[in-house]
Design a protein around this ligand. Sequence first.
Ligand code: NQM
Length: 367
Amino acid sequence: MATVQTPIPFMQLRGGSSRGLYFKAVDLPADRAIRDRVLIAAMSGAGPEDKRQIDGLGGADPLTSKVAIVGVSTRAAADLDYEFVQVVVGGNATDETQNCGNLLAGVVPFAIEAGLLRADASETRARVFMLNSDSICEVVVQTPNGRVEYAGAARIDGAPGTAAPIVCNYMDTAGSACGELLPTGRLIDLFDGVSVTCIDNGMPVVLLRARDLGCTGYESPEQLNADTILKARLENIRLKAGPLMKLGDVQRKVVPKMTLIAPPTAGGVVHSRTFIPHVCHAAIGVLGAVSVATACVIPGTVTDGIAMLPIAGKVYSVEHPSGEFSVTLEIDHAGSLPVVRRAGLLRTARLLSSGKVFIPAGIWNKP
Ligand code: NQM
């Protein structure tokens, strides 16, 4: 009898304030073009592009239409390799340009659950090589008695309740996708008469002062999502910024993200609204927050006169629509511009399901 569908083992985890499917690299096709079609079929279904993702597991939201591909690393400096794939909602496409710090939080729990990594007796420390950004993050997961602990007292904005802490220490994130921290070579660029700062410290982001676009920066995501004129202005700027940020034509890419900034209102460094890139985020992405916090510590960016830097300590709190995101930055002030050597973040994750996702054999007929 002909095989009509190909089963592929997967797990689904909440990682930080996102949710995604986690696959072992060896369970997916080696050919990247076929692999991407398989991931689109898993998330969105095998038919024409569909914003509802009704024929797949994506959840019809950029924050849930995400995939992590994990394997044992062959690099001496790392334990695991992690590649992030964004399945574009309604786009019949994947985008591997960006990294995702939320799904990263689930990578080590997944690797332990899937037998790729042995847990230590109380906590497991693993070095994850992130293929999208060519950089390493040290991830620390609670593993009492050698099993992943999901329950705990850590709270992160954008995910309900509390859970066991997962600490992510990012090393050398500058230029993750653009090659340079300030990829246009300038602290400020002018697009369509609006001053912006283009920065990539883990995530390519264009920062804009909300007031320069006629907003306060404190509007709700729903209000901003309904503002079609604002969204068109942001997209025009994004399309011009992308090539100058060395990202090429970004029409079908999910980077750069567009972040509106305003003065903080709750003791943080800055207030933010981030478009990822067409939908306003309910919070802010992990590495997006690192890029925004980094822009705040560099004099001469559009954050001047808006950001309020902490008087003491290393914690930079980026305010967003549903709370704040605390980023611990190790900054080297020796050169002409401050350099962020390490960014530490708290995340949580939870295993939600485990099983097989079925792909039409016409897309991949696994031998
Ligand atoms: O910035 C949203 C998210 C993200 C990405 C986005 C992320 C990150 O909230 O590291 O985690 O910017 O598309 O998961």
